[in-house]
Design a binder for this molecule. Structure first.
Ligand SMILES: Cc1cc2nc3c(=O)[nH]c(=O)nc-3n(C[C@H](O)[C@H](O)[C@H](O)COP(=O)(O)O)c2cc1C
Length: 304
């Protein structure tokens, strides 16, 4: 066969192909390589012996909720969430002297220095009005575009507390044994935390803090909750402060991987994600706390 004839034939019949074939071949090879790489990444098995990053678990929780959330949710319209003619009123303010402010800060510092995470609770009941005032106080928190993206569920019912404890202990056992990794478990040892969570059934009240990933306008249309994570974190700080100010104790916990099951158990909607679970009550008579110290001011403050 005479290839020079074939070449000539090709350049006559398909001049474009003859001129640009190196370029076309390169593009085809790249596309094929991309397809192979993409398929390999999808098919490669996940190593379940490795603990997923906690943040990733959180993201997965979020995504799981959001996938289903979109069912029946009307996407956002253009209308404002707050009335466009919202009234502005004079700000009530009584100015303190610097001396008064200094005294206040000293007093508050002393109060807050006695707050501790308590892991041993008394079963003595707490009057519900106290818990309601604490939640109202948390509800005074600032929030992105005043979206107030939080729901507090207070559980006092012993059967419900037992169900929550079952979910948490089931997941925590897996967390401690498989997901958290040696370093994390080692870091927790001095604090004496373990997968068993007796306090969840002993404490008289459990406060479950849900962040609303999005909300709804009055017309039922989806409302963006800007900075919902940060807003709920700030509100949670106020919540902890209010609990302490009331003379009660709590244990801040973020039950890893329990969100969807607890949300379903409590009948909360899919736009809500569990962020904190706080047993609240009085400390057990023989409660102990780890002897921790705080970083000195010079380690946490930079003044410029
Ligand atoms: C986001 C967050 C999650 C926490 N999760 C747990 C937890 O799951 N179990 C626990 O016993 N303590 C938990 N803690 C409490 C911390 O261990 C505790 O705040 C820290 O050791 C300092 O102790 P203190 O609160 O007594 O000052 C958590 C605290 C925070 C802020």
């Amino acid at each position: 066969m005479d290839f020079s004839e074939v070449g000539m034939d090709l350049s006559e019949k398909l001049p474009f192909l003859a001129e640009y074939w190196p370029f076309i071949v390169t593009v085809l090879v790249c596309v094929l390589a991309a397809i192979v790489l993409f398929k390999t990444a999808l098919d490669s098995p996940v190593d379940e012996s490795l603990p997923p990053e906690p943040d990733l678990l959180d993201e997965l929780d979020d995504l799981e909720g959001l996938d289903e959330d979109n069912e029946g949710v009307v996407e956002e319209d253009e209308g404002p969430s707050l009335p466009s003619d919202l009234k502005h009123v004079p700000f009530e303010f009584t100015r303190k002297t610097p001396q008064e402010s200094l005294a206040k800060t000293q007093e508050f510092l002393e109060l807050m220095s006695s707050r501790r995470t308590v892991r041993f609770f008394s079963s003595d009941p707490v009057p519900p009005e106290i818990i309601r005032n604490i939640i109202k106080t948390a509800g005074t928190a600032p929030s992105g575009a005043h979206t107030e993206p939080w729901t507090y569920v207070v559980v006092g019912d012993p059967k419900m507390k037992a169900k929550i404890r079952d979910i948490v202990e089931h997941e925590e056992r897996i967390n401690y044994e498989r997901r958290m990794g040696d370093q994390w478990v080692t870091d927790l040892k001095p604090l004496k935390t373990f997968w068993e969570k007796e306090y969840l059934t002993v404490a008289p009240s459990l406060i479950l803090v849900f962040k609303q990933v999005y909300g709804f306008k009055e017309n039922g249309v989806k409302r963006t909750h800007y900075y919902n994570e940060m807003s709920v974190a700030i509100a949670s700080g106020i919540l902890l402060t209010a609990i302490h100010y009331a003379g009660l104790v709590s244990l801040t916990s973020t039950p890893l991987n329990c969100g969807p099951a607890i949300r379903a158990l409590l009948g909360r909607p899919k736009n809500e994600k569990l962020t904190l679970l706080l047993p609240v009550g009085y400390p057990a008579a023989d409660a102990t706390v780890p002897d921790l110290t705080r970083k000195p001011l010079e380690d946490i403050l930079v003044e410029i």
